[in-house]
Design a binder for this molecule. Sequence first.
Ligand code: CA
Length: 231
Amino acid sequence: MVQALLIEDEQRIAELIKKGLEEQGLSVTIAYDGAVGKKLAIGNDYDIIITDIVLPKINGIDLCKEIRLQRPTIPIIMLTALGTTDDKVEGFDAGADDYLVKPFDLRELHARIRALLKRSQHNANAHGFVIKYADLQLNLDTKIVMRNGKEISLTPKELKLLEYMMQNPERVLSRTEIAEKVWETTFDTGTNFIDVYINYLRKKIDRDFEVKLIHTKPGHGFIFKKMDNAN
Ligand code: CA
């Protein structure tokens, strides 16, 4: 669900926008002044910020500049009753991505939000597609694996096995499935190469961490799941 932060001091307008966006499936948090807005924007991980310009405590222009320092890539839309070119330029200079003059149609706001989210998603992909699970992340473009901020070095096969497990979390994966999907071969019960690779991966991914992610399901296969105790 898209998490939006709306910073707007006029309660009636704020609630109207919130209601309209929630009908479109967004989750909306309202801040009624610039100071609360700043605190929320920096302390949380919103997908998009929508801010009025004339606000108590910190105005929308200064707020936008301050948010930009901490969160350089978050999409920001400015809303304002002021609609002159100078205001728009100032808004864009402060780091806003888009600008909407009040009164506006909620459908227009929603369309702008969709466009910005699409763009930011595109930018995120340009920086590498990342799969995350618990405190483990795998960047599919750079092949860098990090756990709790620490880089883990894997061989290409270990990486491919981990990628398959991370894309199929919390589900029992049989040796047959792993052999077919990761090794593109059929599983021969006479060999234990999958167990060998699982053990290699376990040593690198789990050994130094309290929470274990790779578990054996005796008689069934393996499961990639966050669990506090090793089995
Ligand atoms: Ca206002």
